[in-house]
Design a protein around this ligand. Structure first.
Ligand code: ATP
Ligand code: MG
Length: 462
């Protein structure tokens, strides 16, 4: 219905070229109703307008609503300066160093409110005299500071894609379009505002955003927007690690991780630059498991179930852990120390590339260390594993591995049943004690044939 509505509008819509004059679509020309805007964002705009400023809901929320999707959050853009916004709302605070924005609080909702900002133009990143001062950009043209207030039209221009530059006035129920965003949305195209190569140089993360947003929104990346990516992808190496990680996490937890990863591959963006994905997906042995983990994450998010970033990161790094584990075992190390050494190697190698914040380490290690224990089905071991606080996540991890051919399916089925049945039946399910014998382990001997290999490490993970 919404598409029909947009089609109807666009059938008549004219592409205007003057970038400082918006095309204004009244309430009869688009499907967004003010009731679809969060209470906080609506009240923030109303108050700002009452005080004589202009104020709009902006960016992703407008785009998502036009596509009939539920926005994650509602951001506001206004002509009011941060201190003016702060003065208007009792429950608000100014945040940010690079550019100041105001958080306006309404109950549990926080509305990010930004003053219109001008686009910081990089005319010639190679060193033209007109180029901006050095301290504002790095030698590749990456913009380091862009805290310049501007007009609303300038605020539209400094955004990345045309579909992200739409403004919605929840008082008049109008959509203001400075960059043909509506037209591009209707044509299902993701188009960069301005010269794409220059815009990628200013902020290489826009290349990853192109992949993520085109996948999320089902848009094709316009050829002129896609083409420079191949040439410029190395610039991602200059982006601070924390920002890169944040963007990768957004991508993985977008609910469209599989589609996003496919886009990254099409754009050749997963190679070399993002070793985590590169490694996970290109490994013929564990690639299917990594992909299954991405798929499972997407499904959980779509069903509004919680997902753990640590789980997904552990799945993406598992291929590396397994490889190193085998390596240490082949060098004669017993399974448990070999697994520990492998985990450290995998985490260290990752830190040298795309640093995973240390807060995820403990959970990832626990998930890995619990894996071999799913192959031990004798004695009291299964009962102890069942009581482990991380049992549920570790079992999900094991089950996914099994489904992807990386662990015995029969063992995963056994565990699914073991959890379900009553106590007496559990006893009957136990295998003859097939776990590692403690005495033998102390003497450093390997376990009997059939129990060797990575999946047979002793209980070492507690
Ligand atoms: P989503 O919230 O679905 O992840 P989004 O487009 O809203 O997507 P945000 O990171 O919330 O993404 O950014 C809000 C808006 O800020 C965008 O719609 C865009 O207009 C602008 N923006 C974000 N990142 C950039 C960037 N790197 N360069 C230029 N503009 C950007
Ligand atoms: Mg957003």
């Amino acid at each position: 219905m919404i598409t029909n509505f947009i089609n109807r509008v666009f059938g008549r819509g004219k592409r205007k070229t003057a970038p400082d004059k918006p095309v204004i679509w009244g309430p009869d020309r688009h499907p967004i109703r003010k009731e679809l805007i969060s209470r906080g964002a609506r009240k923030t705009c109303e108050e700002l307008q009452r005080a004589g400023h202009t104020a709009f809901v902006v960016g992703g929320a407008v785009r998502d609503l036009l596509l009939g999707m539920r926005p994650k959050d509602f951001d506001v853009a206004t002509s009011a300066h941060p201190d003016e916004v702060r003065a208007l709302f009792r429950r608000s605070r100014i945040i940010g160093r690079r550019f100041q924005i105001v958080h306006v609080m309404w109950g549990a909702e926080t509305v990010e409110t930004s003053t219109y900002r001008a686009h910081f133009t990089v005319k010639d990143p190679e060193g033209d005299e007109d180029a901006p001062k050095k301290d504002k950009q790095d030698e590749h043209g990456r913009v380091l500071s862009d805290n310049v207030f501007g007009t609303q039209a300038e605020d539209a221009v400094r955004r990345d894609f045309t579909v992200n530059a739409l403004f919605y006035d929840p008082v008049k129920e109008e959509v203001w379009d400075f960059q043909h965003g509506l037209k591009d949305l209707e044509a299902k195209k993701l188009v960069m505002i301005g010269d794409p190569a220059t815009r990628y140089r200013e902020d290489p993360v826009r290349m990853l955003r192109a992949a993520r947003l085109s996948a999320k929104l089902g848009l094709t990346i316009d050829p002129a927007t896609a083409t420079p990516i191949r040439e410029l992808k190395h610039l991602l190496e200059n982006v601070p690690q924390a920002r890169l990680f944040e963007e990768i996490l957004k991508l993985l937890l977008s609910g469209n991780a599989v589609a996003c990863v496919q886009r990254l591959r099409e754009l050749d963006l997963h190679h070399g630059l993002l070793p985590l994905l590169d490694d996970a997906l290109d490994d013929p042995h564990t690639g299917p498991f990594a992909m299954a983990a991405l798929k499972a994450t997407d499904e959980r998010l779509r069903a509004d179930r919680p997902v753990s970033p640590a789980f997904l990161l552990a799945a993406l790094l598992w291929g590396r852990v397994e490889r190193r584990w085998k390596h240490y075992e082949e060098k004669g190390q017993p399974p448990s120390p070999a697994l520990h050494a492998a985990m450290h190697d995998a985490l260290d190698a990752q830190r040298g590339t795309l640093a995973i914040p240390r807060r995820f380490d403990a959970t990832m290690k626990e998930l890995w260390l619990l894996q071999p224990r799913f192959l031990q089905r004798g004695g009291t071991r299964p009962f102890r594993l069942l009581e482990h606080p991380k049992f549920r996540a570790a079992f999900d991890f094991f089950e996914l591995r099994a489904q992807a051919g990386d662990a015995p399916l029969e063992a995963a089925e056994w565990w699914a049943r073991f959890q379900d049945v009553e106590g007496g039946e559990r006893e009957r399910m136990l295998h003859a004690d097939d776990g590692p014998k403690k005495k033998r382990r102390r003497r450093g001997k390997r376990r009997p044939a059939g129990e060797g290999g990575p999946d047979a490490a002793p209980e070492s993970g507690e």
